[in-house]
Ligand binder design. Sequence first.
Ligand SMILES: *Cc1c(COP(=O)(O)O)cnc(C)c1O
Length: 368
Amino acid sequence: MSVSFYDFNNLHHEEFKKEILSRITDIVNEGSFIDSKYNASFEKRFAEIQNAKHCLLVGNGTDALEIALLAYGIKSGDKVGVPGITFYATAEAVLNIGAIPVYIDTDLKTGLMDPQSLKRVTETHKLSAVIPVHIYGLPAPILEIEKICDPLEIKIVEDAAQAQGGSYVDGGPIGSSKNLTTFSFYPTKNLSAFGDAGCILTQDDNLKEEIITIRNHGRGNSNRLGRNSRCDHVQAAVLDLKLDEIKKLNQQRKEVASNYLNELKGIQEIEILDGKFINCSSWHLFPIKVKDEKIRKELQAFLADKKIGNTPFYERTLSQEKSLGGYEGENENSLNLAGRVICLPMHPFLSKEDISFVSTAIKEYFNT
Ligand SMILES: *Cc1c(COP(=O)(O)O)cnc(C)c1O
């Protein structure tokens, strides 16, 4: 037996393949390769699903972050708060537009941005923006973050690359807040393209126009320097087709997570996520935490030996990455957390037997 980390075969089933090939034939016949009817359809439907006023497709999730910051008017030299535990792109986007990342510490239990740390950092640094990340698919505490940021006029960009299908703790799908929210549709995300794509959600008509201008070379506004971050018609066609099934697939992820939580509870040597997240997380990943890095490495090898897919997200804090280090802020909890997390196989097609196999292996490792 083996349990893979992802499953693209079931995702791209026969019926899906048939329909997508027919859409691609249609695109070739039409000769419409950039921003076209499937882009318009996806943008309209996705905005509706996420309860946002506008959705703007862009080239990828990192561009989405950069364009969101630019649309908010963040410029070279401005300071932007980012969590210490996230994918590189969150801080990379800040540096790519010439702004300066300032690290905000994480909540040890969840790995999410800690509002207390954000508050302290705003007392010593003038932040222009902050990027809370809905890491693993868990909703960041946006209301608390807004309470700190609003009086100081700090813009909020929510990095929801991992959170499609998630909702805020106090309700509403991720992306329905007043902030700019960015998604990535990289092939491993909950909603995925056949390559790179991303989008930005907004409730604001003016920001929508800014984003449309920036993503297409500044066209339509001679004052604004843009870039090329258009979304190909084929990617939009894939995304639009996948919307038909996304609700069902995210529901299946919740069931997988719920089974894991049941199977793994009671193992003293690991920490698992709080069951209160069952309905609000997108369950993009299923992280467990062990005591230290040595055990993490051993357990990873033990699982790999049994052909159980797993990854150590995240082995290092962003401040420990050579290209992202040397910036100010708070990292104590992030440093504590880094290196201790293993993400278990997580996709909509895991059976009860798969989950039981993974859980039994973990129990076997700890001899419990
Ligand atoms: C995947 C991801 C991104 C980057 O998205 P790309 O489409 O690869 O550019 C940004 N932030 C987080 C948290 C991610 O997981």
